[in-house]
Design a protein around this ligand. Structure first.
Ligand code: S3P
Length: 405
């Protein structure tokens, strides 16, 4: 599988602000990570793409000569805003497509509480230099992007910022700062981030993406006779909710060779055998541990016996598309029976494939990939419109599917 997208964004950003050299092997040039890389280059970061690695020589940022562009990448936009808020020069950043409509007010509220001067006009964020101070921030929703933006800003303030999460979200920013020699203390749902610390560049070999792996895990489970092994996949528990859910559904998934790549981040080989699945109810904290995996989960639920129910997943409305609505619409178009609810969905196992063979991605890479694996497992020829958005996270996705033919 290609390198983990969440880890890749953070490796670039921390590499750019750390002292000394960071070397990143196995970097994935998906559109989202390219957007972060280009924003950092526009800030004067010294980033070189050598034959098999990305090499960053960290130094202070310079005032950009143009408006930064986060493209459609929410992680790029939110993390960059955290970084830009703390710079001594003014800057501007914009985005395109569905990201323009995604909520930003909670992040802006948090950064403004720290003293940041950010205004949003006609889809462009204007950031002015300001005097920042640490805060105690009780997060209103679980969001690793908002949390990471606040942590990045706090690295540039004097004093310690305290963040309290309602439910723990992915903690890659925290683990990676500590790997780079910084100090972020985590205890239960509380995070303490010490200001004005100096990070030291590192050599990294990026793990495979758990969220990309999810599509192949589900496809192997529902594809008769399949048996696959995905190597070196990131298995941080804040990312592996889907695997735990699938195992409860009766999936034969085995986690082999688990080992640490640095404190707080493990990788493993994931072995998957085709399995008969039963339905499940998903609610509570585990929703956050599989927040990007619901499109893949729906395919598993459609091949399971019985009716599956998803609750407490309102955040799905604010991803690259409103995934409650787009998943329902597109899978039902093919003959599935999914009912959307205000914070989730009810998925009846089984489907009556109809003649319809045209679906739409809604510009959402994970909706497109889930429709593709459904088509292969259901042996249905399908045209997925606007499928190029898959390159946002997983260039070459269709080549990987070849192993199922
Ligand atoms: C991400 C956090 C999650 C996730 C997104 C990547 C990250 O978003 O859905 O794909 O890398 O921090 P939220 O922070 O909005 O939950």
């Amino acid at each position: 599988m290609p390198a983990d997208k969440s880890i890749s964004h953070r490796a670039l950003i921390l590499g750019a602000i750390a002292n000394g050299q960071t070397q990143i092997k196995n970097f994935s040039f998906n559109n989202a990570c390219r957007a972060t890389l280009n924003c950092l280059k526009d800030l004067g970061a010294d980033i070189k793409n050598l034959s098999n690695k990305v090499v960053i020589n960290g130094h202070d940022f310079l005032q950009p000569k143009k408006i930064l562009n986060a493209q459609t990448s929410g992680t790029t936009l939110r993390l960059m805003l955290g970084l830009l808020a703390a710079q001594k020069f003014p800057s501007q950043i914009k985005c395109i497509g569905s990201l323009k409509k995604r909520p930003m007010s909670k992040l802006l509220e948090a950064l403004r509480k720290m003293g940041a001067k950010i205004t949003l006009r006609d889809g462009t964020f204007f950031i002015e230099p300001s005097q920042l101070s640490p805060i105690e921030y009780k997060m209103p929703v679980p969001s690793a992007q908002i949390k990471s933006a606040v942590i990045l800003t706090s690295l540039f303030c004097s004093g310690t910022t305290k963040i309290i999460e309602p439910i723990k979200s992915r903690n890659h920013t925290e683990t990676m700062i500590n790997y780079f020699g910084g100090k972020v203390f985590c205890h239960d749902n509380k995070i303490l981030c010490v200001g004005h610390q100096s990070l030291i560049g590192k050599k990294m070999n990026l793990p495979a993406d758990t969220s990309s792996a999810a599509f192949f895990i589900v496809l192997a489970l529902v594809f008769p006779g399949a048996h696959i092994i995905l190597r070196n996949v990131l298995v941080n528990p804040r990312r592996t909710g889907l695997i735990r859910v699938l195992q409860k559904m009766g999936a034969k998934i085995f986690i082999n060779n688990q080992h640490e790549i640095y404190p707080g981040e493990d990788v493993a080989d994931i072995e998957v055998c085709s399995s008969q699945l039963k339905s499940i109810q998903i609610c509570g904290d585990i929703v956050v541990d599989m927040i990007d995996e619901f499109p893949a989960f729906i395919v598993a639920a459609l091949f399971a016996k019985g009716t599956s129910i998803v609750k407490n997943a309102r955040q799905l409305k604010f991803k690259e598309s409103d995934r409650i609505m787009t998943a329902t619409e597109e899978f039902n178009r093919l003959g599935a029976k999914i009912k959307p609810t205000s914070d989730g969905m009810i998925i009846e196992g089984g489907f009556d494939l109809n003649k319809n063979c045209e679906v739409f991605s809604h510009g959402d890479h994970r909706i497109a990939m889930s429709l593709a694996i459904f088509a292969i497992a259901a042996n249905k020829e399908l045209v997925i419109n606007d499928a190029q958005c898959i390159d946002d996270s997983f260039p070459g996705f269709f080549d990987y599917l070849d192993i199922f033919f």
